[in-house]
Design a binder for this molecule. Sequence first.
Ligand code: FAD
Ligand code: NAI
Length: 505
Amino acid sequence: FFKASVLSVVAFWGWLTWEVYKESNPGDQVPQSELKENGNRKKNIVILGSGWGAISFLSKLDTTQYNVTIVSPRNYFLFTPLLPSVPSGTIDVRSICDAVRTIARGTPGEVRYMEAEAIDIDPKARCIQLEHTSQRFSVGDAFINNHEPIRSTISYDYLVYSVGATVNTFGIPGIPENASYLKESNDATAIRQKLFNSIEAARLLPIESAERARLMNFVVCGGGPTGVELAAEVKDFIDQDLKKFIPDIEKELQVTLIEAMPNVLASFHPRLIKYTKNVFKEQGVHLRTNTMVTKVDDRNVYCSLKNADGSKDDVVIPYGTLVWAGGNAQRPITKLLASKILEQQTARRGLLVDDYLKLDGDDYIFALGDCTFTTNPPTAQVAYQEGHFLADYFNKLSKLDDYEFIQVKEPEKMEKYASKIERVKQGMLPFKYRHQGSLAYIGSDRAVADLSWGSWSTVALGGSLTFLFWRTAYVSMLLGMKNKILVVTDWVKVAMFGRDCSKES
Ligand code: FAD
Ligand code: NAI
């Protein structure tokens, strides 16, 4: 037993060292070129975005067969499932970011990266107008410049469009000016800073003052998984750490979750919805269901409460920190692109694609992830599977293109290659999403898991064991070894020392 244990430890550390070495010392890449080795022209693929869809596509694409350029204003991939853990300090924001250049350098063929935002696409000319604004994604005065944005144009043979979605405010007045979102890494750090500003400001005021009570209310609007996980993480922070350093804060600092529908986590199994409600009650998270936000100002959230008898009451909820988690809307660039293609005129909630993720009405644009409207939900799981599917499709497309090229060059081999072409075509099956279940953290070391095992069974799990499963699943989903190690280290640090209580994160 002793020998076996020693061997397993040595094997584990050997494997870990090798993985870390491989990741930090990428090998040589096949450089970009106009022609492939067989003389066929290498097609240009432009990938827009550096999120789940784009990075999943890139990680499986044979980049030696195409000239690939990835364009995104965000020069890193963000592991969104752990973003709700950032404002509370459970996870350091850098632990869930992975630089695009590192990912691009790890592929077999050279991949170029451009830090820019696509501001216009011309599907007929197959070119994209890009804009670089360093101001938009920077932090701190040192990076702010007042220069004109830098613009350039890039053309493509194929465009892989994966720009995700933005936050849906439903046009509710006051949200953009007063609420934070939870979509990007800087949103998470902004929420943390606002929370601390509110706490410290409140503590200058008399205990019984209404202003102090207002500042001490952390309000989340939207009871989807984003809102639930954020409310749960902040409540944990208060109950497990802040109360050790700020006396009686757990009695004062309230967490309120507002949801327009009768239930939170509407897409989960009813048993898990009930379980979440009970856990929130036990934890002291104020859940206000059937409460629709209609207006926001700099101090209050105005809502319409639907009573059991169908009547409605106006409710005003004061807040110190406000987060809006009301779901997804299309980005302006997606709406602009849709407006240029006849077949996309009915695409209100996202781009319309066929079973191969090709845009309806355009043969050279493929779209995936949250910017599309399909029967699948807008999740990382879907975007990830679509990315892998599309990469496989493009790998096959490159083979087809080469066979057709050889057929033209060497007509005597026509028949031999015709059968090869047929075989590749037969292997190009349409995309089929395989749902592996949904997980959500609900606080006090408990999670819910709505798992589908096979087409007939659904397993609804909740509790502390599910929490361990949740953590294991998320670590395994993290793309790089560096991020896996950093995330586990963050959890160990929190278990040993508690979460950090300084305002900076
Ligand atoms: P994103 O991952 O959003 O990537 C979009 C990319 O496009 C970004 O890099 C962006 O910078 C870039 N971009 C934007 N505009 C432009 C432009 N004009 N030009 C070029 N690039 C542009 N899903 C799950 O399945 N499980 C979870 O646990 C989960 N947790 C989540 C937690 C949070 C807090 C959030 C916000 C979402 C969560 N999701 C989860 C949903 C998941 O993150 C999304 O479904 C997924 O990110 C969609 O991938 P995407 O590639 O379409 O878009
Ligand atoms: P969502 O669309 O799932 O939920 C938004 C919620 O806001 C809804 O419940 C809606 O009823 C509510 N809402 C909208 N307008 C409102 C109003 N005026 N007043 C009060 N409530 C209002 O959005 P979310 O949570 O941001 O998730 C987006 C996508 O990302 C989803 O597909 C989700 O499944 C996925 N996601 C998955 C996670 C997980 O699996 N753990 C975590 C986070 C997101």
